[in-house]
Design a protein around this ligand. Structure first.
Ligand code: ADP
Ligand code: MG
Length: 716
């Protein structure tokens, strides 16, 4: 990243906005360190852009009788009637009784008695501010903030109080919400003159947005509740606008600068080409409408002369693999090689087998390269990849290790993108010129609105149609009490020739315990389904790749009836004869993970079932998750539910190492504003790409200034 330009010219005074936060009065190096770690705040500017989470209207004084709602912050005013100890069995506490015209309210202190007694005087009038809590069925205020009323001036200064996000550590260092507010106001006093407008006037006027300085004042120190909304509208738009600006600029830049290999459409469509013959003669089924549309979108890219960087999104089982294969054939028809990278050994192996089967009879050499490939074989593969004798290589990240060098790489397909880091992915194709086209496949359904905005610099294709004849999976949420019925059901289905998965959770922190549960579960299932009538097997992440493969093989061949497993089977595995998925302690899995697991069944003609077995104690959120799964098979619908429950960052993987994509905007709630921001950014960029027009000078100035600061999340 570049620094601020400093080529000669007059020396500009260093902007106070970029002053390190430790130099703010009352902060110092110790707090600065925690601020950086917990809230990502390192400069004055960062603190100014720390927005309140909510506000408390302290201009309001609630009559004592009306104090009711538990957990709510209230401010009351009254005379301190008494201040006395009350003794419990273990300890004692201090109770003050406040009285106004409407009634009384107890104030309670469990700690710091001596100080409180010194500070408060019975008979005086106070403002008390705190959070309502119930004790012996009466509302009380524990540990309220007390202000002595000395005259009318005490209440004249009451304001709306912003509450800032803080952390446990910061609170301990006496940097809680209130102190943060003071710190923000101190910064504000010092930098307010430096705050320049960054949106063109005409944009602001047409959208009726307040000025930047005004908005920042309002958000931190609102005079009325309306001002908060006015400020938010402006600041959200600003944030979304520059986010969209960045995406649009990247997109434009890519279209202009990145030349791509041209795959000729004639070569792809000509009879006798691999692509043509495969679709016409080898494909065992008709492509769905969605698959055909997506292929058209891809071919459009490939023939355009610009570099393709496309995200192929499609729910579990929607048929992404065949789309990838056809795209690889297009590369081969044009004299190039193709590579496909998958996140796990099992998945890579499976892709390799599927593709080999589909390509059977075609003069195409396809090979598998993973960590488990023997060294001798690897050397041979490296050689044949480099000489161009191998057309398609399928593998794991072993592909990006030393030694793999393609002769003419034309296309890189990457499956299940969220498992690879952005940089890791790029290593697959970066070293080649011309740059190979990239097709990223993901089964993580991202709601359409969001994928447009988050992956704005990738082109997105969506397979939104399932192959015909699929029977929707029946999903049931059951409790552990119903396990006997579940085993009975599995027994019946095995008798009909089907197979089942039973999945146990392995969550890292409690790994040991989880493995014990898995082992115990497996033993129980073995005793319930004894040999020789039944054959069971276990699969987990601690097994060696070769062992895992052997187990998967046996299951795929139908030699194993029940596969007891962890989530290692989550992605991609395809055994159409398996029709039952039982997930133990389902409440411990995330929504998309459960959806992925469920996607392991329902892949053949038989009716499939998913049983989500939940433990006795389940949170409301987990309940919502499980209910959503029982209600729908639609991954996009589920993604929206997930999004509401968890927020966008975690789903898309963009919230990496505390890097928050948005400070104030909410990409879900503010979709309309997001769309407006996108249109505005695109219009400006298309009408005035070099920002020559005087009315766009605000943008030039701001972008220059902020280039070093902007932590825009890059989604490759
Ligand atoms: P995913 O999108 O989850 O990777 P796959 O590519 O594994 O899905 O496809 C799931 C199954 O559907 C495979 O067995 C595949 O052969 C089959 N399939 C794909 N496309 C079609 C189609 N158009 N008609 C029928 N079956 C299809
Ligand atoms: Mg797949």
């Amino acid at each position: 990243m570049e620094g601020t330009p400093s080529r000669g010219g007059p020396v500009r005074k260093a902007p106070r906005l970029s002053t390190p936060i430790e130099y703010l009065k009352g902060i110092g190096p110790r707090r600065a360190e925690v601020l950086a770690k917990d809230l990502n705040i390192t400069t004055f500017r960062d603190l100014l852009l720390l927005f309140p989470r909510r506000y408390i209207d302290r201009r309001q004084i609630t009559p004592l009788r009306q104090v009711q709602a538990e957990g709510e912050y209230v401010q009351v005013r009254g005379r301190l009637q008494s201040l006395q100890y009350q003794r419990g069995r273990q300890r004692s506490w201090l109770v003050g009784l406040l009285e106004d015209k409407t009634g009384t309210l107890p104030l309670v202190w469990f700690q710091g008695h001596a100080q409180i007694r010194k500070m408060l005087q019975v008979g005086q009038e106070y403002l008390a501010f705190g959070r309502v809590s119930y004790y012996r069925r009466r509302p009380t205020l524990p540990h309220p903030e007390m202000t002595l009323i000395t005259g009318p001036e005490t209440t004249e200064h009451l304001r709306i109080v912003p509450i800032y996000p803080s952390s446990e550590k910061l609170r301990k260092m006496r940097l809680g919400p209130r102190q943060l507010h003071q710190a923000v106001m101190r910064v504000w006093e010092q930098v307010r003159d430096e705050i320049d407008e960054n949106l063109p006037d005409y944009v602001r006027r047409s959208l009726r947005l307040v000025g930047r300085r005004e908005a920042l004042r309002m958000i931190h120190q609102p005079a009325t509740m309306e001002e908060i909304d006015i400020a938010k509208q402006r600041l959200k738009f600003e944030e979304l606008f520059f986010f969209q600006w960045q995406l649009a600029a990247t997109r434009t830049q890519r279209r202009q600068q990145r030349e791509g290999i041209i795959f000729s459409k004639e070569k792809i469509n000509a009879p006798g080409s691999f692509t043509h013959d495969f679709i016409k003669r080898h494909l065992p089924f008709e492509l769905t409408g969605a698959q055909r549309r997506v292929l058209r979108e891809i071919w459009q890219d490939l023939a355009s002369g610009t570099w393709m960087n496309r995200l192929l999104q499609g729910d579990v089982g929607s048929g992404k693999t065949v789309v990838a294969l056809i795209t690889m054939l297009a590369a081969i028809d044009n004299g190039y090689q193709a590579v496909m990278m998958a996140p796990t050994e099992i998945l890579a192996t499976q892709h390799f087998q599927t593709l080999s089967r589909m390509l059977f009879g075609l003069p195409i050499r396809i090979e598998l390269l993973t960590g488990a490939t023997p060294a001798r074989k690897k050397q041979e593969l490296y050689r044949d990849i480099e000489s161009g004798r191998i057309h398609i290589v399928v593998g794991t990240h072993a592909l990006i290790q030393e030694g793999v060098r393609f002769q003419r790489l034309g296309l890189a397909v990457i499956d299940e993108q969220h498992r690879f880091g952005v940089a890791q992915r790029a290593r697959l194709w970066q070293q080649y010129t011309p740059r190979p086209h990239v097709l990223v496949m993901t089964a993580t359904p991202i709601p359409r609105t969001l994928s447009m905005t988050l992956y704005g610099d990738l082109d997105v294709s969506v397979i939104d149609e399932m192959p015909p004849g699929r029977k929707p999976i029946r999903t049931h949420v059951i409790t552990e009490r119903h396990l006997p019925q579940l085993w009975e059901f599995i027994r019946r289905k095995i008798a009909e020739g089907r197979q089942a998965y039973v999945v146990y959770p392995i969550i890292e922190e409690s790994e040991k315990l989880d493995y014990r549960n898995l082992m115990e579960g497996y033993e129980r299932i073995q005793s319930l389904f004894p040999e020789p009538d039944y054959r069971t097997a276990m699969l987990h992440g601690r097994m060696r790749p070769a062992e895992k493969d052997a187990v998967m093989e046996r299951f795929a061949r139908g030699e194993v009836h029940i596969l007891v497993s962890t989530t290692v089977i989550e992605v991609g595995v395809d055994v159409p004869n398996a029709t039952i998925m039982a997930v133990i302690n389902a409440e411990r899995f995330g929504l998309s993970q459960l959806h992925q697991l469920r996607g392991r069944v329902g892949r053949g003609d038989e009716q499939s079932y998913c049983f989500l077995v939940r433990g006795p104690k389940v949170s409301a959120e987990a309940r919502t998750r499980l209910r959503a799964l029982a209600e729908t098979n639609d991954g996009f619908r589920l993604a929206e539910v997930d999004l509401k429950l968890r927020g966008p960052g975690e789903i898309t993987g963009t919230r990496q190492s505390g890097n928050i994509l948005f400070r104030i905007a909410d990409p879900i709630e503010d979709v309309r504003l997001m769309e407006l921001a996108r249109q505005t950014a695109e219009t400006i960029l298309s009408e005035d790409p070099d920002l020559q027009h005087p009315r766009h000078q605000v943008l030039v100035r701001y972008l220059e200034q902020e280039r070093a600061n902007m932590g825009w999340a890059q989604v490759s």
